[in-house]
Design a protein around this ligand. Structure first.
Ligand SMILES: Cc1ncc(COP(=O)(O)O)c(C=O)c1O
Length: 399
């Protein structure tokens, strides 16, 4: 399909899964580009202002605020959702927006309170659904709560084989509430240019190159990958300059990215079914483990399943055991503002702002939820306290 046809087809599919209108979806090359476009529009209308967000996130979710001349104000997280709590603590007369991130796809029941807070203070509510493609927080009566909702097809997101692409849902209610901002956001998203040839080529060759890289011995993997990045032939999920509050200018999605998404999107219901099934298995099988606690006993199709260890060193030892057994375990988000800023100051962050996030980030491991039944049994056997206590495995492996 050509660019226009494929763009419409992706939007129709997103609308079908989310029970929304295709006209309210806008496609970008990466979700971070869509976020930057939205924040830039906010800046264009309101000027300098503050955006309440959380440090337990990827740095690519904060850069769009900074490159738009807005200032992030960090609220702490609720340990049971790993998401923003008590945003009012960061509120002041300069606050213009609040970001409600559904970390690992945990939507839970936090959203109405955050939406009420935003509504009362006339703040723009931006939902970060990067980890829960097409899933959005709604009110009891089913209305989408956010003004803007951000979705990602990027690396390590819900659909594994897309690697590029972002989608921004602009709530049509914003048109009534704030027509000027609605106009600014939608026009800017529609006017995003196509990426330059180099970036387009890197997205086309990413999966092939990544496959080759992963066949290399661990000892040279990072060096070769960095060389390929420096030679402008490989696109990193997070580039080094992005750890210094910088970001490329935003681009729209391409024909290649749209067509790749179109091939993968029909698998979304099956992916969610599998993830939800495995979340339920973890909920049941991992309770009462002496080494870790379950963070959230939810029933949602999470991107990954978080468990909280008593201490960072046990978390690291179990991480090593699981990864050496072939499992892909995320340590999101450790360090905070993952993979860590070059300077906290540039990000307006200080560890005092978020004591809960600071204390738990090194102790969380995020287990995969897209495993086959056989692999689920293997991972559970490694983690199960009765069959093989983690402590014993840890001791054995350190001999
Ligand atoms: C919470 C969150 N928001 C936004 C993004 C940005 O997504 P993308 O990689 O599509 O730019 C990420 C990326 O890792 C993320 O983890």
């Amino acid at each position: 399909m050509d660019l226009i046809q494929s763009n419409l087809a992706v939007r129709k599919s997103l609308a079908k899964y989310s029970n929304t209108d295709p006209d309210d979806w806008f496609l970008t090359f990466k979700a971070r580009f869509g976020m930057a476009t939205v924040f830039q529009a906010i800046y264009n209308i309101y000027g300098h202002g503050e955006v309440i967000t959380q440090p337990y996130t990827c740095i690519t979710a904060i850069n769009p605020i900074l490159v738009s001349n807005l200032k992030p104000a960090y609220a702490d997280i609720d340990p049971s959702t790993l998401s923003l709590t008590q945003p009012e603590k960061c509120y002041n007369s300069k606050t213009v927006a609040v970001v409600m991130q559904h970390t690992l796809g945990i939507i839970g029941d936090k959203a109405q309170a955050i939406a009420d807070f935003a509504k009362k203070r006339r703040l723009i509510l931006i939902e970060d659904s990067a980890h829960c493609l097409t899933r959005m927080a709604t009110s009891e009566s089913g209305e989408i709560l956010a003004d803007i909702s951000v979705h990602s097809f990027g690396v390590e997101k819900v659909i594994k084989n897309t690697k590029f692409g972002g989608a921004i849902y602009v709530n049509p209610e914003l048109k009534k509430k704030n027509p000027k901002l609605y106009g600014e956001i939608t026009t800017s998203l529609l006017n995003l240019p196509q990426p330059p040839l180099g970036l387009d080529l890197r997205s086309r060759t990413y999966r092939f190159q990544n496959g080759l890289l992963h066949r290399l011995p661990n000892s040279i993997f990072n060096d070769v990958r960095n060389l390929a990045y420096k030679a402008h032939i490989f696109e990193l999920a997070v580039a080094p300059y992005e750890q210094s509050a910088e970001q490329s200018r935003p681009y729209a999605s391409t024909k290649f990215v749209n067509n790749t998404i179109l091939k993968q999107l029909p698998t979304l219901p099956a992916i969610y079914k599998l993830r939800q099934k495995n979340v339920r298995v973890y909920n049941k099988k991992l309770v009462n483990n002496p080494d870790f606690e379950l963070i959230n006993n939810c029933d949602e199709p999470l991107l990954a399943y978080p468990i909280l260890f008593k201490d960072a060193s046990t978390a690291t030892k179990v991480y090593d055991i699981l990864t050496s057994s072939g499992f892909f375990i995320r340590r999101w988000y450790s360090p905070l503002l993952y993979p860590g800023p070059n300077s906290n100051r540039r990000y307006h962050y200080s560890s005092k702002m978020a004591p809960i996030a600071e204390s738990i980030h090194p102790k969380v491991l995020c287990l995969p939820t897209d495993l086959t039944q056989e692999k689920m049994q293997r991972i559970l056997a490694i983690l199960h306290p009765v069959e093989k206590p983690v402590q014993k495995i840890v001791q054995k492996s350190s001999i």
